[in-house]
Design a binder for this molecule. Structure first.
Ligand code: E4P
Length: 217
């Protein structure tokens, strides 16, 4: 299972990448808009840090505009993945860009039917948004289960990139269902490290060691 950071923040990405457990990064226009500087330069820096797949999203909504922005994004760095929305033009752009050997992440997926279309268009990644489905009272993980089943039935090569992860349980469930990737905000990755018994246990080990050293001294 691969773990991506869902962020455009260079500092956060540097900090987490240094630990050695990060496989890639996803960004979207909202995340990049929060960061200072030129978005192309920021994406280039992120690629140099993670040396793995980094998604950058088109903002055009028509096929020609998506193709042109897709070429521009793909030209930023060899690690760039072009992210397109799951619309008719987005699927058409996915098919065209994938045909040229450019890797595409189809985003804003909220149904299994949409995921099937993305796989047929040759998407490298499909991004179903579990958190946003939960927000409207629909279990996001049910969608992941359906996509895993459909993709396995036909051996589609498209990887399931579970997006809009809001807490570690989303990541655990994604892993249990056999999804390929979970992309998480830095705060969720931080939460994955934490367990109160780990902190309490470590504190006790260190105190016991200190006591025994004091007795021996
Ligand atoms: C994924 O690629 C998206 O950037 C992201 O996961 C959206 O998450 P949100 O629903 O928390 O904004």
């Amino acid at each position: 299972m691969k773990l991506f950071i869902d962020s455009g923040n260079i500092k956060d990405i540097e900090t987490l990448a240094a630990i050695g457990i990060i496989d890639g990064v996803t960004t979207n226009p909202t995340l990049l808009a929060k960061e200072p500087g030129d978005f192309r330069e920021n994406l280039k820096k992120i690629c140099q840090i993670v040396k793995g797949p980094v998604s950058g999203e088109v903002t055009a909504t028509d096929f020609a505009g998506m193709l042109s922005q897709g070429h521009d994004i793909a030209g930023i760095d060899q690690h760039m993945i072009v992210k397109v929305p799951l619309t008719r033009d987005g699927i058409k752009a996915c098919k065209a860009l994938s045909g040229e050997g450019i890797r595409v992440n189809v985003t804003l997926c909220f149904s299994a039917a949409q995921a099937l279309l993305a796989a047929k268009a040759g998407a490298t990644y499909i991004s179903p948004f579990v958190g946003r489905l939960d927000d409207v009272g629909t279990n996001g993980m049910d969608l992941i289960r359906e996509i895993v089943e459909i993709y396995n039935n036909y051996d589609f090569a498209t990887e399931i990139l579970v997006a809009s992860c809001r807490h570690p349980i989303h990541v655990i469930e994604a892993a249990r269902l056999g999804a390929d990737i979970a992309t998480c905000p830095p705060a969720v990755i931080d939460q994955m490290f934490n367990h109160p018994l780990t902190s309490i246990g470590l504190e006790k080990f260190l105190k016991d060691l200190e006591k025994s050293q004091a007795v021996k001294a």
